[in-house]
Design a protein around this ligand. Structure first.
Ligand code: XBP
Ligand code: MG
Length: 234
């Protein structure tokens, strides 16, 4: 199998570094319950809602589906009620991550170490909140040392979330790397489209929640990050 010659490896977080979405789902539900809301997302609900990237955007979409009158009174995902709910969800999620409730995906530690050995720059490109990324790196200091990442581009850093390519354009700009000298690793259709939209080749590795996604735009589909390790080169 032909390998990849690259200067930078740009990694997605949710579903790529770790199987995080189940904890996200549980924490959305806990935040709803604490606020006295009668909402609870099942696995099937969450799989469908994941098509909307960004937690606050996801809440607004859901309110529009179940309580259109309440949704009409909201100022979109910037609404203070949505912000408060999401801030509580983020707090609960980060606590769970710091307690070690999410494991890294198979092969991720080896992939990051190999990139480092080869002098390939590392970056994060995610729609999730910065606090969530920092909690994950803090929880896995040996596999994912913060200092190894040249930049973390997170949900707060862009105006438009994936599948918009803005997060990848910003990562490339901060890295000072041409798109064709980078490689993205993504687990979802939205992530693949974001990378390709910025001209970055992408390897898709489906996760628990994205196994049924359309990966036809990806340059390669692999089963785990471990398969990518021997394909890396400069
Ligand atoms: C991840 C997301 C995020 C997370 C929740 O997408 O869409 O919204 O589900 O995080 P990707 P927040 O893996 O493509 O970056 O609640 O902080 O948004
Ligand atoms: Mg993802």
């Amino acid at each position: 199998m032909t390998g990849f010659s690259l200067d930078a490896l740009i990694l997605d977080v949710d579903g790529t570094l770790a199987e995080t979405e189940e904890l996200h789902r549980l924490c959305f539900n806990r935040a709803f319950a604490e606020a006295g809301l009668p909402w609870s997302w099942s696995v099937a609900d969450y799989r469908r809602l994941l098509a909307t990237t960004g937690g606050r955007e996801r809440i607004v979409r859901f309110v529009g589906e179940v309580e259109p009158e309440r949704a009409a009174a909201l100022a979109g995902h910037e609404d203070p009620f949505v912000r408060r709910l999401h801030a509580r969800k983020t707090e609960l999620y980060a606590e769970g991550v710091r307690r070690g409730e999410v494991a890294l995906c198979p092969g991720i530690a080896e992939l990051v170490r190999r990139a480092r050995e080869l002098g390939i720059a590392l970056a994060i490109a995610t729609t999730t909140s910065r606090a969530n990324v920092e909690a994950l790196l803090d929880a896995h200091p040996e596999a994912l040392p913060r200092a190894w990442f040249a930049t973390l581009v997170c949900g707060e850093d862009t105006g438009r979330k994936k599948p918009d390519p803005e997060v990848y354009r910003l990562a490339l700009e901060r890295l000072g790397v041409r798109p064709d000298r980078a490689l993205a690793v993504e687990d979802s259709t939205n992530g693949v489209l974001a990378a390709k939209g910025a001209g970055v080749p992408v390897v898709a590795i489906p996760s628990l929640y994205t196994a049924g996604d359309d990966f036809s735009a990806a340059d390669r589909v692999l089963e785990s990050a471990a398969e990518l390790v021997p394909l890396l080169g400069r």
